[in-house]
Ligand binder design. Structure first.
Ligand SMILES: [Zn+2]
Ligand SMILES: [Zn+2]
Length: 138
């Protein structure tokens, strides 16, 4: 993967850059992610907070507790509404990008499907990827 890699929102107001490779990539099929993306799942790209830099724009935040009670804060562009990244209260030091916000979404390589208990029948999944009914390891 070429570093740094960047991304942003649809209107270009929000721009970010990452100096390190992602620490995790995977598809989350939970209901919150379906609502936040307006789609079947959230293609999640987790990067180290210290390797993430906001280059421009000021996102708006929507907070809702996750199933285990910790805060889940999702950032979107107040101008165009594009979701760009989130901060998970249970994962300090990590920021999670929406793969569709990457300048090159083709670098996304999901490692697994999680929360498949709420996956949609109209969403085909890669049978070769490991599946977790909820959070991995629970
Ligand atoms: Zn925007
Ligand atoms: Zn989710």
């Amino acid at each position: 993967m070429d570093l740094p890699f960047g991304g942003g929102c649809a209107c270009g107001a929000i721009r970010y850059e990452c100096s390190g490779a992602p620490v995790y990539m995977g598809n989350c099929h939970c209901r919150d992610c379906q609502q936040a993306t307006g789609s079947a799942f959230f293609p999640a790209v987790a990067v180290r907070e210290r390797e993430f830099r906001l280059l421009g724009g000021e996102p708006a935040w929507f907070e809702r507790p996750a199933d285990r009670g910790h805060p889940m804060r999702r950032a979107f562009c107040p101008e165009c509404g594009s979701p760009v990244f989130l901060k998970n209260g249970a994962s300090e030091g990590v920021r999670v990008l929406y793969a569709g916000s990457l300048d090159d979404p083709g670098l996304y390589r999901p490692s697994r499907d999680i929360f498949v208990g709420s996956a949609q029948a109209w969403c085909p999944m890669d049978p070769d990827l490991p599946k977790d009914k909820g959070m991995p390891g629970r």
